[in-house]
Each structure stands twice: as C-alpha cells, then as structure tokens.
Design a protein around this ligand. Structure first.
Ligand code: ZN
Length: 277
C-alpha cells in the first residue's frame, strides 16, 4: 500500500519556521508533498495571515528568499516535493481560479516553469486552489504533462463520452451507494492521473481516517492525507486527536508501524501509476 502526504498553501507568506514546526519531525521518516502558490494574491484565503488578507496584492515566491533557500535545500534532501497550487490562488469575487478563471494554459505553463527554476526541481502534480477545477483547467494541466492532486469528476472536465471516464464514474457511484467514502486507488483519466486526498482538517475524525487507511491497506491501494500546515494547532473536538496536527501524526505513526506501507511523495505515487482500475 502507498501512503503520501499533501499539504496545501505554501506561498510567499509562509515562513520556514512554520513548515519546520509542522513537518520537521515528520520528514525525518518520509516525504511531504507541498502544493506551492507561485504568485500568491493576498485575497480571502484562510491560509493567509489575517493582516494580509483582502489587499489583493501579488507576491512572487522569490520575494521570500529565506523560504526559497529552505525549500531548495529540503527538496534536494528529499524531504519535500514541490507541486503547483494554482497561479495566484485567490480571485476577486470568490471566483475559483481553475474553474472560473482565464488563460489557464499560460498560467500552468508559467507557474510550473517558475517553480521549477526557482526551486531547482521537477514538478509532476497540480493541486487546484479550493479543490476546484473544470474542463479548461484539466486540459491545461494535461497539456503540461501534470497529474491532478484531487478528483475532477464528470461535471468538472472528465470527457463525457469516453468509456474510461464513464467506467470510473460508475465505479465511484457504486462505492458511494455502498457507504464507502474516500478513494483508495489512483484514477486514470484521459491523459493524466488523479489521486483523491483524505482531508485532515478540524472537522475530520481520526477513526474515519483510520477506516479509510485500513481499507487502502487491505486493497494494496493508496492513502493520501491532505492537510494544511497553517491549521495544525486548530482544535478538532475529536477526543482521539485533539488538533489537526495530532490527527496527522497519528496517521504517520500508523503508516510507520506497518511494514506493508510504502511512504512516497504524491508525484511518485502518481508516476508509478499503480492500482489503476
Ligand atoms: Zn489552497
């Protein structure tokens, strides 16, 4: 079974200390895949510091040289993987950049090249801001040779008439009818692959995450924990994992004690393309 961790919203506004506090002790054991915003626009996202919200100014990652140097070193050491997380991330009027936005081909191409140059790495995965992507966005990432962190779905860009996407759609529907949430395998959709994440947020419950984890182990499938470093201290109301950080650390422990679990980056899991239905 494959285990990976996806963390969203690293940007100009992130400090190396914040990432180190969240992941310093985790990346000793395995990689964390960071979805990074190349040109963060300071809009309404909760990942932004409160005092910077609603300014709508644009902040290239390179304007935070301490973070760039921290990321370059940690990526070279195999602690982090860089993934592309939109272009500006925030759009005025609550529009979702890769569902309602324009010039997506250019933004994917430029954002990918920018991060690859700046961080001296190769990018294999796109994570859409707000987990929202549509037909044009999917086309743009497929043309750039990227996979999707997340699942687009039939209403959001899968080719409607393709037997492969219909088969996947049918299979997901059957899972839901059987009361199974989460998705313990990779999807192979027209020209790219998609990997669902299990959201580790304040509303998530550890017992349910562990159920999904065990299902993935049983199927020799995939479990991807999707979280935010900026929310690690947030309380959950779950006595089994009192904060988001506790929740993730307990999953990491579960992954470490099981010798059948292979902990990889999100890109490596998608590149291997195992467990395609
Ligand atoms: Zn985000």
């Amino acid at each position: 079974m494959h285990f990976c961790i996806r963390d969203d919203d690293t940007s100009f506004f992130t400090s190396p200390d914040e990432l180190e506090r969240a992941y310093g002790d985790i990346t000793v054991h395995g990689p964390v895949s960071l979805a990074i915003i190349p040109f963060c626009r300071a809009g309404t996202s909760r990942g932004l510091p409160k005092e910077s919200r609603d300014r709508w100014t644009v902040h290239p990652l390179e304007d935070n040289p301490a973070l760039v140097s921290y990321l370059r070193n940690a990526i070279a050491a195999g602690k982090y993987e860089a993934m592309l997380h939109g272009y500006y991330h925030d759009e005025p009027g609550n529009r979702r950049e890769f569902l309602d936005g324009v010039e997506l081909e250019r933004k994917v191409r430029e954002g990918k090249a920018y991060l690859e140059n700046l961080l001296d790495t190769a990018i294999r995965v796109f994570v859409p801001p707000h987990n929202a992507i549509g037909k044009e966005g999917l086309k743009a990432i497929t043309n750039a040779g990227l996979h999707l962190g997340g699942v687009a779905g039939m209403r959001h860009g899968w080719p409607l008439l393709s037997p492969a996407s219909l088969a996947i759609w049918w299979r997901l529907r059957r899972r839901r009818q059987n009361g199974l949430d989460g998705l313990p395998y990779i999807l192979n959709v027209a020209g790219h692959r998609e990997l669902a994440g299990t959201a580790i947020t304040p509303r998530a419950v550890l017992r349910r995450s562990l159920e999904r984890f065990d299902e993935a182990v049983g199927l020799d499938g995939v479990f991807c924990a999707a979280t935010h470093y900026w929310e690690f201290e947030a309380p959950t109301g779950d006595p089994e994992a009192k904060t988001v950080g506790d929740h993730l650390r307990k999953l990491v422990h579960r992954a470490r004690v099981d010798s059948t679990v292979h902990w990889m980056s999100v890109g490596a899991v998608l590149d291997e393309g195992l467990h395609i239905p």
